[in-house]
Ligand binder design. Structure first.
Ligand code: S6P
Ligand code: ZN
Length: 192
């Protein structure tokens, strides 16, 4: 077998529980607190007060043991807690994949949204359990919890993808999601 086709790691099974949003075995878990989200919420004062106060956990990302290296297909489960800061619903930082790799998300639990921005066009997908959201190459992506319980989703992405967080700080995401009336949400222009 040519070296190119030699699998870098051996095949293995992962037990996946959509209800509890867990993987077994699991790899590293990333925890993002409010203090990790500087520059992302429009209401900077509300963000700063929360980060300096109880500094809540906004989301966690549990990885599978598949490495983030070329030709591998890692997975992760993100769980975003319910909440809003300055009215803006809790969300992931959002990122672009530097070499414009595609990705899929599968909603598992709760109610979410998948916001995508390619620098000109913005798309919003409602993410309910069972929805697969496709992120085409070149679209920055951010997830938002629009409900009142944790929102979880599975992501599958090329191991070479990487995360460019600076792109979102520079270009924004086109829209922001705010808590609305009667349990709904509103999408507003990014800087408005
Ligand atoms: C990775 C994939 C997800 C996110 C995770 C956290 O390509 O899109 O695993 O990393 O949802 O979001 P962020 O924007 O903080 O990396
Ligand atoms: Zn991604």
């Amino acid at each position: 077998m040519p070296e190119f086709f030699a699998p870098p790691i051996a095949p293995f099974a992962i037990q996946f529980d959509a209800q509890t949003a867990t993987l077994s075995p699991e790899g590293p878990t990333l925890t993002r607190r409010m203090s990790d989200l500087e520059g992302l919420f429009l209401d900077h004062e509300a963000w700063a007060a929360s980060a300096a106060g109880d500094n809540p956990v906004v989301y966690t990302v549990v990885s599978s043991p598949v490495p983030e290296t070329d030709r591998e297909l890692p997975q992760s489960i993100t769980t975003i807690h319910a909440g809003a800061t300055g009215g803006e619903l809790w969300m992931t930082k959002g990122h672009q994949h530097p070499d414009h790799q595609g990705e899929i998300y599968l909603a598992l639990h709760g109610r979410g949204g998948l916001l995508m921005f390619d620098g000109e066009r913005t798309e919003w997908l409602d993410m309910l359990p069972g929805t697969i959201g496709y992120i085409p190459p070149g679209w920055a992506h951010r997830s938002v919890n629009v409900g009142d319980e944790p929102y979880s989703f599975l992501a599958v992405y090329p191991g070479v993808a990487g995360h460019d967080y600076g792109w979102v700080l520079e270009h924004g995401m086109g829209l922001r999601a705010y808590r609305g009336a009667d349990g709904g949400f509103d999408l507003r222009p990014y800087n408005g």
